[in-house]
Design a protein around this ligand. Sequence first.
Ligand code: EAX
Length: 334
Amino acid sequence: MQQEAHRLVVVAVCAVVSAIGLAASAALAQPAEPRVVRVAYAVAQNSHYGAGVDAFGRELAELTNGRFKVEHVPAGKLGGELEILNKVKSGEVEMGNTSTGPLGNIVPEAKLFDLPFLFSDYAHARRTLDGPIGRSILELFPKYGLIGLAWSENGFRHVTNNKRPISYPSDLANLKLRTMENSVHMEAMRSLKANPTPMAFPKLFDALKAGELDGQENPLPVILASKFSETQKYLSLTQHFYSPCVLVVSPKLWATLSEQDRYAFKTAAKASVRAQRERVNADEFAALTALRASGMKINTFVDSNAFRAALRPAYERMLPGVNPKIIDEIRQQK
Ligand code: EAX
């Protein structure tokens, strides 16, 4: 009798143990939760930045069978671009998609691309950034605590303001213009006798609205996405700076990735660049009609040669010690 009871207990215990075993192996077979990768940027989600991050997320999920899930953190929710870059550096956020505005404060060599009238058109800029010159600067990022995946695009910048159309350098005299937190841009504007006022992007719309500034400068896709037509009367197609953008990853995340996953991130970055540039193309095509319809006065007459002549002697001040050979080399990429 006692023996029979003992046997029953043993059977019951075995049953419970194997049930636990089954449950545990079922749990192991479940796909793990995807790792979330947040990508921060300064502009609204409905923009070229959002289009780039969408494509990055789609491609990365596909290449890793859904092991990574990309989340947008748009519209400066994590601060302006300098703050975003610093948060990517420290690992507080996994990734950023930012213009080179404040990048030179962290990777000084990247300031080269911020020089005025360096690139003659989009094809020239894209070719240079995708080629050996662009790659050689991306390779310097780890030295400064960032991983640069690929150069993407913000666009050619144009001046908007509330005072007058800008056709000649003298039209900029004494205008209080918001610039990015970028020493090259600020020096260029000082050389043109404007009054450059650096400010993080998320503060810009309200500052323009409050009349604290006469104007600002940004690419058409940003002017559109940020509804600057609500605060700015004149848009002049000055095309004075080209504004690259870069997809950066935090070294903290990068250190945890396998070689295969790093390759997936780089491949997804290429898809992101393609999508972001395509959206820039589409915005460039649609912008003038849309901005005119929302009340902006568009000035297409800009004496570019006069701007070039006024800025050329100031290159050494904008970028002390810059090797003129590299500037020539970039100009020859046309
Ligand atoms: O990156 O700060 C700027 O004017 C930038 O062009 C904008 O945030 C898009």
